[in-house]
Design a protein around this ligand. Structure first.
Ligand code: NI
Length: 386
């Protein structure tokens, strides 16, 4: 069975919601208008609405017409990015410097479409919790909702997420059990030496030289410490030091990101970054202060729930259009916190050709709105069949 006919009937409405949200992007924890739009629509559909988790988070609960005690959670994200949009179309951002460049406008519209269908039909047993989270981009809005009692207030047996994926053809999905996205941690290293005259280096402890060797040595973690078949990234993204031609500065600030799929690999990254930075600094007579901040965990799909998600996708677009062989991404996803609490699955929906995520000319593909909404609706009916 392809797209649900009833959902196809409100394709135009979903497009309108999507474009309205796109034109009014709001960034982390400031999704007040978006949150209001979502809550108003859910209420219009006859859905019980709870607001305030994670600040601007919204949860709608649809009860099935069949008896049942199970519940699932479907999650969309609502936040935009600090990017100045380069598109010139009518629904381009009206908020300078902010943009829906990750398609969260589309994610919100697809879950709203599913919400409307599920509220009309209620052809399931139990409860579907529709979670609209703030601040997916870097700020951990999903974690905030959990800390505010998401699973205590809305008990659920399993959780499901979906993200659009540019480059994957429209009409296709991708899903796999196990890791789908990486953990993402922040690394900061302050290397302290002894500054002085650049012409008299023997009277100084040059932190730039020590820090340069630390940057090089960090490359050995992935190549020498991590199992060759495991994924990991250590990238230095900032190197700040000095402001003169003839002065050796007293210290250097390095920053970067460390990513992995497996928690044990994440531990290796943290330990080795610390050991290399401190050891190399010490060898130069300098010192290194390392701050390793665990940010998002890896997004790990459970076997059983992923099999159910994939079977649902097979039903909608046919098995040939459900990619099970795509490599996971080293990007990170706040949904990982929900997957740590409950089993579940996170899938990618093809956004087709065009610019990639976080690009100033990106746009969500409105053609896929009914596909994503149909997946959500069928998934709920399959998991909560009476
Ligand atoms: Ni995103």
């Amino acid at each position: 069975m392809p797209i649900i006919n009833r959902i196809a009937e409100f394709h135009a409405d979903m497009r309108q919601w999507r474009r309205d949200i796109h034109a009014h992007p709001e960034t982390a924890f400031e999704e007040h208008r978006t949150s209001e739009t979502v809550a108003t629509l859910l209420a219009e559909f006859g859905i019980a609405v709870h607001r305030g988790l994670g600040g601007t988070g919204v949860v709608g609960t649809v009860e099935g017409r069949l008896a049942g005690s199970r519940a699932i959670m479907l999650r969309a994200d609502m936040d935009a990015l600090h990017i100045h949009e380069k598109n010139g179309f009518a629904h381009a951002s009206q908020h300078g410097g902010k943009m829906h460049a990750c398609g969260h406008d589309g994610h919100t519209a697809m879950l709203l479409g599913a919400a409307r269908y599920l509220a009309e039909t209620r052809n399931f047993a139990g409860k579907v919790h529709l979670v609209f989270q703030p601040a997916e981009e870097s700020q951990g809005g999903g974690r905030r909702m959990i800390e505010d009692g998401l699973f205590a207030k809305f008990p659920a047996d399993s959780v499901f997420g979906m993200h659009n994926w540019p480059g994957l053809p429209a009409g296709e999905f991708a899903v796999r059990p196990g890791p789908m996205m990486a953990s993402s941690d922040h690394v900061e290293i302050v290397v302290t030496g002894k500054g002085g005259h650049a012409a008299m280096p023997h009277l100084t402890v040059d932190p730039i030289l020590a820090a340069s060797q630390i940057v090089v040595a960090l490359q050995t973690i992935v190549s020498r410490n991590v199992h060759p078949l495991e994924g990991a990234v250590v990238t230095v993204t900032q190197f700040h030091a000095g402001d003169s031609w003839n002065v050796i500065p007293p210290d250097v600030l390095l920053r970067g990101t460390a990513r992995a799929f497996q928690p044990a690999v994440r531990d290796i990254l943290e330990q080795r970054i610390q050991a290399l930075a401190e050891g190399i600094a010490a060898a130069h007579g300098a010192s290194a202060a390392v701050r390793y901040e665990r940010h998002y965990p890896s997004t790990i799909n459970s076997e059983a729930e992923t099999a159910l998600a994939a079977a649902t996708l097979d039903e909608i677009v046919g098995p040939a259009r459900v990619r099970r062989d795509m490599l996971p991404s080293m990007g990170a996803e706040d949904f990982s916190f929900m997957l740590r609490e409950r089993p579940g699955s996170y899938v990618w929906i093809g956004n087709g050709e065009g610019d990639g995520l976080h690009h100033p000319a990106y746009d969500f593909n409105d053609e896929i709105l009914p596909l994503g909404a149909s997946y959500w609706a069928r998934l709920a009916e399959r998991l909560l069949s009476g």
